[in-house]
Design a protein around this ligand. Structure first.
Ligand code: NAD
Ligand code: DAU
Length: 358
């Protein structure tokens, strides 16, 4: 797929989507149409870098709204759709799964139907080059025991939370649209991301934020749950590589080759903060670590076998955890206004100020 045409991105005001959009506009000559509902997780401040750039069109809307999606596809005639939009936080899915079913399952279905109608109407050349890339998660595979081999693309789906079940359902719909209708889909199943613009409900930004505020650092259970961490720009590079070189109908696991227990992650963040923020009244920050009640149904371990994407497409992560986490802590130290605005809801007021009369 060429990087000079127009692409249609969903959820591009969220954490990974915004990193992807910013990089796409920065590094290609292409145009991005960005549809985002601006839920609590969507934030136009994440897109400040592309504000006013004629190669970025932001549309405030819902992927469940078929008329809006139809209109955007007809008006912009994109050569690819990259689908990030989702409810993404496991704990929120436990407290209230409804929105996860609506956006992740019904929204993906609505999008697939609209894209299918658009795709069949394209001329043969455009139809052949078109791609629908579905951004999914390793959580669909379920939980591993310590001695189990990492997830490969053929691992059976065993989702355990309402979030992972809703993502699994969306993956199955995407797969079905390839097998039944021939829609040229690609699916990526990625491990835990971290980096700039991650909403401070997820472990790494939450720990940085709380440590800076002198608040407890909550560790669920015994802190020995293992995740495979990937710096967000490496994930974005993997998506670009799959768009360009992936085989339609295939799924690609994306991971950092970087399994670590949560407690170790938190201790590393604390050590970096001790070093980079020596004026903090809370040194050593690790003294703030507090064990709290576990997440219900908490998956013990995720690990990604990312050999397929390396073998077939040549993608490998560039960042190690040591380099990525240092950049991340530095970013949050330098962007405390961003965190404060997210918390105060000030960015929502900005949206209303800037967009209500447009
Ligand atoms: P996020 O929660 O930060 O952002 C989600 C974005 O989707 C927000 O901007 C939100 O406003 C938008 N959105 C939600 N519902 C919408 C709707 N109905 N219509 C239009 N827009 C809507 O999520 P993220 O962490 O950036 O994750 C992006 C995608 O990557 C998700 O599909 C997630 O499942 C997947 N993923 C995330 C991770 C991770 O570690 N964060 C890892 C693997 C896969
Ligand atoms: O694996 C990919 C998934 O990673 C993505 O699909 C999800 O969208 C993303 O949110 C993430 O899910 P996790 O549940 O793994 O991420 P979270 O940051 O919420 O938690 C990481 C680990 O840290 C997990 O084992 C739970 C634990 N945790 C989390 C929080 C918020 C704590 O111990 N304390 C906390 O306060």
């Amino acid at each position: 797929m060429s990087e000079t045409g127009k692409i249609f991105v969903t959820g591009g005001a969220g954490f990974i989507g915004a990193n992807f959009v910013n990089e796409w506009v920065r590094n290609t000559d292409g145009h991005v149409v960005n549809l985002d509902k601006l839920t609590y997780a969507g934030n136009l401040e994440n897109l400040a870098e592309v504000e006013g750039n004629s190669r970025h069109t932001f549309v405030h809307g819902d992927i469940c709204d078929r008329a809006t999606v139809d209109r955007l596809l007809a008006d912009h005639r994109p050569c690819a759709v990259v689908h990030f939009a989702a409810e993404s936080h496991v704990d929120r899915s436990i407290h209230g799964p409804d929105e996860f079913i609506r956006t992740n399952i019904n929204g993906t279905f609505t999008l697939l139907e609209a894209v299918r109608a658009h795709w069949v109407g394209l001329d043969e050349g455009a139809r052949g080059g078109f791609r629908f890339l579905h951004v999914s998660t390793d959580e669909v595979y379920g939980s591993l025991h310590p001695a189990d081999a990492p997830f490969t693309e053929t691992k059976a789906y065993e989702p355990n939370s309402p979030y992972s079940a809703s993502k699994a359902a969306s993956d199955h719909l995407v797969r079905a649209y390839f097998h039944t209708y021939g829609l040229p889909v690609l699916t990526t199943n990625c491990s835990n991301n971290y980096g700039p613009y991650q909403f401070p409900e997820k472990l790494i930004p939450l720990v940085i934020r709380n440590a800076l505020a002198g608040k407890p650092l909550p560790i669920y259970g015994d802190g020995m749950n293992v995740r495979d961490w990937l710096y967000v720009t490496d994930h974005c590079a993997a998506i670009r590589a799959v768009l360009k070189g992936g085989k339609v109908g295939e799924t690609y696991n994306v991971g950092g080759w970087n399994e670590m227990p949560n407690l170790q992650i938190v201790k590393e963040i604390c050590a970096i903060l001790d070093e980079l923020h020596p004026q903090s009244p809370c040194i050593p920050h690790a003294s703030l670590i507090t064990f709290v009640r576990d997440r219900p149904g908490h998956d013990r371990r995720y690990a990604i076998d990312a050999r397929k994407i390396e073998r077939e497409i040549g993608w490998r992560p560039v960042e190690t955890f040591a380099t990525g986490i240092r950049k991340t802590v530095q970013w949050y130290l330098e962007h405390q206004d961003w965190v404060a605005n997210v918390e105060s809801g000030a960015y929502r007021e900005w949206v209303s100020t800037n967009y209500s009369d447009r």
